[in-house]
Write a protein that binds this ligand. Structure first.
Ligand SMILES: Nc1ncnc2c1ncn2[C@@H]1O[C@H](COP(=O)(O)OP(=O)(O)OP(=O)(O)O)[C@@H](O)[C@H]1O
Length: 764
């Protein structure tokens, strides 16, 4: 019990310890989790505080800056307003100045003459030098635009031009003077630059040039792009290029992808604007594109010709640069043309020298060049009719030659004495051209753009309104900025408050953290104490278990020994009882036999006794009858009839018992008396001994013997109240059973016999 108690206590202690450990584990886990959480939270808060402090300092700086910058901003706004108004004024002044500049420029141009002639003399070619050709050109007064031709040895013929270029002057020098004329096309004037002269005098060299020494064409376009870029804020330009060739009075598009048989004709689209429908207008935006376009035209010119130089000298190469300009300030749109023409060779061919196609070519060239001369003559004489349509060349140049346009002529001459006549002829033609007085150039305003200009004007108004709005918005944004600054101040204050709150929270959490650590230490100490108790208890339990095992071992060995001894004794007793039962059975058999004999002898004696008893009975009946008469008188006094009957029955029973007792007393001493003396007593003794040892009573055993086997000899289930008895009765050996069984059967037989005797007695 102690062990059990101890075990139970240890078990309960274990359980409590386990629970406590679990609780402690949970607490420690929770603590660890909380610790981690709080440490991360603390770190986060610290970082946030740092960030907020930084933000705070930044915000405070910004707020200070904002506060400081408010008067500056006000100043800036005023300055911006002033600048806007100044800008408007400047724009107006600029446009006025531009107009004035253009007017003055044109006046200068007009003063110089709208047709300007530059004379350029090529150097002697190698062939000419090797041939020992002498130079007939005098460049002494070239800077003053004077050129002397030494015709024969006598006299020097002088020619005056706008510029005279010596063979030493390069392409840059030539273009520098031409560029002023070129810029006019961007201002909306039609311009024509053409090179006139004898074959091989350097027309193509001046206009096209080479890749290393690029000519007027390329440099013109380059300059146009440069100036258009410069003016990109005030003007937008759209530049396109067409390359044509007039050969044998036929126009050929040199930029066309494939040569067509269809003849290109000149059409008048509007007043002062002629064009060739169907020609390619290549839009160029870079100088690289220009060069590729010019190269394409140059290569196309050579197609179908055996001798490139010959072909180029027999056709007019015309480069048309179309400029669409838009003044972004006033919305003025212009559409102007710049013709750059490399004319065919101007040499006069003798009719007898050439025939056939060559003659036709020469005639066509002469016709076109004389048409050009006629046009110039007409322009010089201010004729009402200018014969532009006499040739394709003049027809194409109609818009850009004379009238409202500006013209520049390069008269190319050879220095060689061999080409003297042709040089003089060219110089005379050039002098004639230079003598032409043109009226003031007229700007080619694009009338179709008038509507657009109106729209532009409206847009400009809208823009000015939008600017006003933007100014208002600027003011509003300034106010917003001020408000933001105030809001930032407010935010700064709230953030400071938040920081304080967070610091307080942090302190609280730190205190909680330290408290939790203390709790953890306390719990860990308790846990250690419990663990020590637990280990000591476990040791005790182990000791007790060992003791218990030892005891169990000892007890089991002694019990086994006892059981073995008892078994031995029991076996011996069983053997003794078996031998005894066998002797008893023998005795019973003898007794039964003797009984039968005695029954036979006693029957006569019984009959006598029965008679005696009958007599006695009769006497008693008589006495009873007398007594009944006495009782009848007594009944009158109140004795119940039932009571009398009872007395009678009692008497009868008594008589019966007497008879039975007598009969038994006669039978039993002989039949059962010896058994009770010898067999039963000894059996009872042994049984009593066994029962007394087992703690049972004799009666119980009797009950067992009667309860286990019924009258019919069948074994029935024992009644429930005797369950314990039947269990204790089990050790009864098999040797005893026949005895009990015999005894009961014998009792039954005895009972039956007694009943028969009674019946017999009563029947008698
Ligand atoms: N100013 C110059 N400096 C150096 N060389 C020049 C100059 N002018 C012309 N030449 C050279 O003279 C030669 C003939 O020139 P170019 O072909 O330009 O003459 P052209 O008048 O165009 O002839 P064509 O009428 O046959 O076309 C070329 O080889 C060219 O390089």
């Amino acid at each position: 019990m102690e062990l059990d108690n101890k075990l139970f206590q240890t078990y309960s202690l274990d359980q409590t310890v386990e629970k406590q450990t679990e609780k402690l584990k949970a607490i420690s886990n929770r603590y660890e989790r909380d610790k981690k959480f709080w440490s991360t939270a603390v770190n986060n808060i610290e970082e946030k505080i740092k960030m907020m402090k930084q933000e705070h300092s930044q915000l405070s700086l910004e707020a200070h800056e904002c506060a400081n910058s408010i008067p500056d901003l006000n100043k800036m706004v005023f300055a911006v307003q002033a600048l806007v108004s100044q800008c408007e004024d400047l724009k107006a002044k600029y446009s006025e100045e531009q107009a004035k500049r253009r007017k003055l420029y044109n006046q200068v141009q007009e003063a110089k003459g709208n047709i300007r002639v530059f004379c350029r003399c090529r150097p002697l070619s190698k062939a000419e030098v090797s041939a020992g050709c002498a130079t007939i050109v005098d460049f002494d007064a070239a800077k003053d635009g004077e050129l002397g031709i030494l015709s024969g040895g006598s006299a020097k013929k002088t020619f005056k031009f706008d510029r005279v270029y010596t063979p030493k002057d390069d392409q840059v020098d030539v273009f520098m003077d031409a560029s002023a004329m070129v810029i006019s096309v961007l201002d909306g004037y039609n311009v024509c630059i053409f090179a006139y002269g004898q074959t091989g005098t350097g027309k193509t060299f001046t206009m096209e040039g080479t890749e290393q020494n690029r000519g007027v064409n390329y440099r013109t376009l380059e300059e146009l792009f440069r100036i258009s870029k410069e003016r990109s804020e005030t003007f937008s330009y759209n530049i396109s290029v067409s390359v044509l060739e007039v050969y044998n009075e036929q126009i050929r598009d040199l930029l066309a992808a494939s040569p067509t048989s269809k003849k290109l004709e000149i059409r008048q689209a509007s007043e002062g604007f002629h064009h060739v429908p169907g020609i390619v207008e290549a839009k160029v935006e870079t100088t690289k594109e220009v060069w590729s376009v010019l190269q394409a035209g140059s290569s196309a010119r050579a197609v179908g010709s055996n001798n490139v130089n010959e072909h180029s000298s027999r056709s007019h190469c015309m480069l048309c640069i179309m400029v669409r300009a838009k003044n972004l300030m006033n919305g003025e749109c212009t559409k102007s043309k710049l013709w750059l023409v490399d004319l065919a060779g101007s040499e006069r061919l003798a009719k007898t020298d050439v025939q056939g196609d060559r003659l036709k070519e020469a005639q066509n060239i002469n016709r076109s060049l004389s048409a050009l001369g006629d046009v110039i003559s007409a322009l010089a004489t201010k004729s009402s009719h200018i014969p532009y349509r006499n040739s394709k060349l003049t027809h194409l140049l109609q818009d850009s030659l004379g009238g409202d346009s500006k013209t520049l002529m390069f008269v190319q001459i050879s220095p060689s004495e061999q080409d003297l006549s042709e040089t003089l002829s060219s110089l005379n033609f050039a002098t004639r051209v230079r003598g032409v007085e043109l009226g003031p150039a007229k700007k080619q305003i694009d009338t179709s753009e008038l509507q657009k200009m109106k729209v532009m004007l409206d847009r400009a108004r809208l823009d000015s309104r939008a600017k006003d709005d933007s100014l208002r918005k600027l003011e509003e944004s300034l106010q917003n900025f001020e408000n933001k600054a105030r809001g930032k101040d407010q935010l700064y204050k709230t953030q400071q408050e938040k920081i304080k709150e967070l610091e307080g929270q942090l302190e609280l959490k730190m205190a909680l953290h330290s408290q939790l650590e203390k709790q953890l230490l306390h719990f860990s100490e308790r846990l250690k104490g419990r663990e020590e108790i637990c280990t000591s208890l476990q040791q005790k339990v182990k000791e007790l278990e060992n003791k218990l095992r030892e005891r169990e071992l000892l007890e089991s060995s002694t019990d086994q020994q006892k059981v073995k001894d008892l078994e031995k004794k029991l076996r011996e007793q069983v053997r003794g009882s078996e031998s005894h039962s066998i002797t008893l059975q023998h005795k019973v058999g003898e007794l039964e036999r003797k009984l039968k004999e005695k029954e036979n002898n006693s029957e006569s004696l019984l009959l006598q006794k029965i008679k005696e008893l009958e007599d006695k009975l009769k006497e008693q009946e008589q006495q009873l009858a007398c007594a009944l008469t006495v009782d009848s008188t007594a009944s009158v006094r109140g004795t119940p009839l039932e009571g009398r009957c009872f007395v009678r029955d009692e008497l009868m029973n008594e008589a019966e018992h007497h008879i039975l007792r007598s009969s038994n007393s006669m039978n039993r001493p002989r039949s059962q008396g010896s058994i009770s003396l010898k067999g039963n007593d000894s059996l009872h003794d042994t049984r009593r001994k066994r029962l007394s040892r087992n703690g049972e009573t004799e009666n119980n055993n009797i009950i067992v013997s009667t309860s286990v086997i019924d009258n019919k000899g069948r074994q029935s289930d024992p009644p429930k109240p005797f369950v314990r008895v039947t269990r204790t009765a089990k050790p009864v050996t098999n040797a005893q059973r026949p005895f009990t069984h015999n005894r009961t059967s014998r009792d039954q037989v005895q009972g039956i016999k007694e009943k028969d005797n009674k019946k017999r007695i009563w029947s008698r």
